[in-house]
Write a protein that binds this ligand. Structure first.
Ligand SMILES: *Cc1c(COP(=O)(O)O)cnc(C)c1O
Length: 467
């Protein structure tokens, strides 16, 4: 309906909404001039917002399931999405809104255009929400495909291969070597709905050329989706490199304390897409939030949103420190006789080192170090000499490093992907993803690196388990 089909009462609220949107846009423009740390610490929650919240210097926690409306006109305008409102916590919530604005600011840091974010209950919910609408509108029998790097998170592998390929008959085309542009090029065609890559990948730390992939995807009017959970916006901002959509498992390094699970889709405005209404292309994250998100219902708890906001204020400093720790641990492992191979893009001998060095920079690092500095994150993987038995023995001997299927933490954590995160995809799937049975994934935490190294050293020494 056009605006003037509504009653004067509704139109007054629409006008009020326009003013709110203009004020929010002006606020965002002001924030554009600020540095990464300032955006992480404050997000869009400043003194004007505090005035509406009894002066609270922290974002308030709105646990209420629903919003009260002043009258029926207000309700009608809000529910027709004619004015910014939050309505009901499955659709939107003010506390969630602060997290979404912050994520959009950080992922959009240095990007010249508009960026929006939609926060949901897990990283997998974000990946489902980001991809599912792009697979809609299949005319009877139409063959459609998606092209994705096979070096990816186990959950993503299962979503694409089980839910999309096996259940729906979508042609899921896995790229075995994400570094090989010819392989990507040979699989992307006119029926490709989206191109998907992890950078760097979990658990293998494979990298890919985001700029080149964006070019290949855009040539067939498909968006490039990048999962940059392992890097976080403190080290890599795919939107600045040509990607259209970023997905984050906010459960990980954006939330090092590990007290909440969450995910987010962060997208630039005006994305290429073969399907959907104009609103989908105009503001994909906003579209996901108000329409598919409303209908699927993967809402994030406002409590979790606040836990995450509180943790990510120090993101950049943590990613700097944790990356430096990880490089030291990677160098130690590389020289250890019990270790076959270390995958870490920060190591000069890593096949992805050159690309990672082109793309992964500590945001505003020149302000700390006098020149820009590369940082490669705090996830690494290594294979233990002697096969799966030796790998399990080493794993079972760890005393400081936790055994858990978790990463992104301020605490060091190790896992064996073949029996945990990548168990369900089976041997063939693991082969495709490059996961061998003696591969150990290590999340290097914020402990002193000497203590992390000492624990690895005693564990790698082998021998009987301690009583
Ligand atoms: C953990 C992870 C996910 C899934 O996130 P959840 O929050 O656990 O649902 C997706 N991608 C990557 C790279 C991950 O590490």
């Amino acid at each position: 309906m056009a605006d003037n089909d509504y009653s004067p009462g509704v139109r007054r609220y629409v006008e009020q909404g326009r003013q709110q949107l203009a004020a929010a846009a002006a606020g965002r423009r002001r924030l554009r001039g600020m540095k990464f740390d300032t955006l992480a610490v404050h997000g869009c929650y400043g003194m004007d917002a505090a005035r509406e919240n009894r002066g609270s210097i922290n974002e308030p926690l709105y646990l209420s399931s629903a919003q009260h409306f002043e009258n029926s006109d207000h309700m009608e305008a809000a529910l027709a999405y004619l004015m910014p409102s939050w309505t009901y916590s499955r659709i939107a919530n003010p506390t969630l809104g602060y997290l979404e604005e912050t994520l959009a600011l950080l992922e959009g840091y240095g990007f010249p255009g508009d960026v929006s974010a939609c926060a949901v209950a897990s990283g997998m919910a974000a990946i489902f929400l980001a991809t599912n609408p792009l697979l809609a509108d299949r005319r009877r029998g139409e063959k459609i495909n998606l092209v994705a790097g096979s070096k990816c998170y186990g959950g993503t592998f299962m979503l694409f291969s089980e839910r999309y390929a096996a259940e729906r008959g979508i042609d899921v085309r896995w790229v075995r070597n994400p570094l090989d542009l010819d392989e990507w090029r040979s699989l992307i065609d006119d029926r490709t709905r989206f191109v998907f890559a992890e950078m760097p990948s979990n658990p293998g730390l494979a990298v890919c050329d985001i700029e080149a992939l964006a070019e290949l995807a855009h040539a067939v009017d498909a968006p490039l989706i990048v999962d940059s959970t392992v890097a976080t916006p403190a080290l890599l901002r795919p939107l600045c490199l040509g990607a259209d959509i970023v997905v984050q498992s906010v459960s990980k390094s954006l939330n090092t304390g590990g007290l909440a699970i969450a995910g987010a889709v962060i997208a630039r405005h005006q994305i290429p897409a073969k399907v959907g209404p104009p609103e989908l292309r105009a503001n994909y994250a906003g579209y996901l939030k108000l329409l598919p998100g409303r209908d699927f219902g993967p809402a994030l708890s406002p409590f979790n949103a606040l836990m995450i906001l509180n943790d990510l204020r120090t993101l950049r400093a943590k990613m700097d420190r944790l990356s430096r720790n990880a490089l030291r641990v990677a160098c130690f492992l590389q020289d250890h006789p019990q270790v076959e191979r270390v995958s870490y893009p920060g190591l000069a001998g890593d096949p992805g080192h050159a690309l990672a060095s082109r793309y992964m920079w500590l945001a505003d690092g020149e302000d700390d170090y006098g020149e820009p500095v590369n940082r490669y994150g705090h996830l690494l993987a290594f294979t233990v000499r002697g096969g799966v038995g030796s790998a399990r023995n080493m794993f079972d001997r760890l005393r400081l490093i936790w055994r858990a299927t978790d990463l992104g933490r301020i605490k060091s954590i190790a896992t064996i992907p073949a029996i945990s995160t990548h168990q369900q995809q089976g041997e063939q799937g693991r082969d495709l993803a490059g996961i061998v049975p003696n591969l150990v994934r290590l999340n290097v935490g914020g402990e002193h690196p000497d203590d992390i190294i000492a624990d690895l050293d005693q564990a790698l020494a082998g021998g009987p388990l301690n009583p």
